[in-house]
Design a protein around this ligand. Structure first.
Ligand code: NAD
Length: 309
């Protein structure tokens, strides 16, 4: 079987935790860590390597951009993180510069890379990869709301099992409640029958949606940054591609007129396989949820107009 190589750009909290997660999982044979701060990255790669004999026979090493040539997937986790009081969208300008630098280097060595974008603001950078840098839309997988969906399922899953979908990864993300079922029972009906809570469905929705939206801010207030859960989400995306899984994930990508949305990238349930973001699903949802998605898209259009168009 051909060696499966994943290059990770950016060796900060997120990039290194992704490398660690990949190492433990063993899906990739070769993990190349590309970083501006080579000394720190070398220390991280050595530290990780010392555990290899106990888990999987994986190669982990610091690398240069020319290693992108042979990479099956390139994960972009370079960037500045949100400072306290700053929203993800506030970061746009700083991270656009870093992303441009990174993409320019990648494209010198690999003209059609398969990329997973973790850096924020995910939807804006995903749009840039396709428009500014001309990558095929299928090859660009924004980590989007994969993590938010996991958080959503976590908060719901304390007493039930759900399958949520969201819009923009950011301050205007929204849960599509019409798609949420608990063990096959629509959420509203579940709430009516739930013996463990007297709270009605509207209040429960509000509480859960707020928990999901504020989750990253809570973690950041307590420990400064989020990196474990996003790394697990990234592992899920890497595996979906390397193993041609046809997994349905709410990754961010190009909108082709779904719900009337065009010239913008955001997250909808999509089929992820060896071709990348192979297809986008646009399930039938009520008008108020479509309006929410349009609102999300409009806030992204505003950012894109300010910084890119
Ligand atoms: P960090 O500050 O710990 O690390 C960032 C890394 O990027 C550093 O190693 C830095 O050297 C590197 N870097 C900066 N400019 C670079 C350049 N021009 N070329 C190459 N590398 C460069 O930050 P972090 O906590 O690892 O977060 C990384 C990114 O991931 C941020 O943009 C953050 O917002 C994002 N993030 C996204 C999610 C998500 O859900 N999508 C979750 C957590 C973090």
């Amino acid at each position: 079987m051909a060696k499966r190589k994943v290059a990770i750009i950016g060796a900060g909290n997120v990039g290194i935790t992704i490398a660690y997660t990949l190492m433990l999982d063993g899906s990739a044979d070769d993990i190349a860590i590309i970083s501006k701060n080579k000394e720190k990255a070398l220390g991280q790669a050595l530290d990780l390597s010392h555990g290899i004999p106990l888990v999987n026979n994986v190669k982990i090493a610091i690398a240069d951009y020319d290693d992108c040539r042979a990479a099956d997937i390139i994960v972009i986790a370079a960037g500045a993180k949100t400072a306290p009081g700053e929203t993800r969208l506030d970061l746009a300008k700083r991270n656009i510069g870093i992303f441009s630098e990174v993409m320019t280097e990648i494209l010198k060595h690999n003209s059609a890379p398969m990329i997973i974008i973790v850096s924020n603001p995910v939807d804006v950078l995903t749009y840039m990869a396709i428009t500014t840098f001309g990558l095929p839309a299928t090859n660009v997988i924004g980590s989007g709301t994969v993590l938010d969906s996991s958080r959503f399922r976590y908060f719901l899953g304390k007493n039930c099992n759900v399958n949520p979908s969201d819009g923009e990864h950011g301050d205007s993300q929204l849960p599509l409640w019409s798609l949420v079922t608990i063990g096959g029972v629509p959420f509203d009906i579940f709430c009516e029958a739930d013996p463990h809570s007297t709270m009605g469905a509207p209040d429960r929705k509000e509480v859960i949606a707020d928990l999901v939206k504020d989750a990253a801010y809570f973690v950041r207030d307590f420990k400064g940054a989020t990196y474990y859960a996003i790394s697990v989400a990234t592992l899920a995306m890497v595996k979906a591609i390397l193993r041609d899984e046809n997994s349905v994930m709410s990754v961010s990508g190009w909108m082709n007129g779904q719900y009337g949305l065009k010239d913008v990238c955001l997250s909808l349930p999509s089929i992820v396989n060896a071709k990348g973001r192979a297809a986008v699903l646009a399930p039938r949802i009520p008008d108020d949820e479509i309006e929410g998605l349009v609102k999300s898209a409009n806030s992204l259009h505003h950012i894109l107009d300010s910084y890119l168009r």
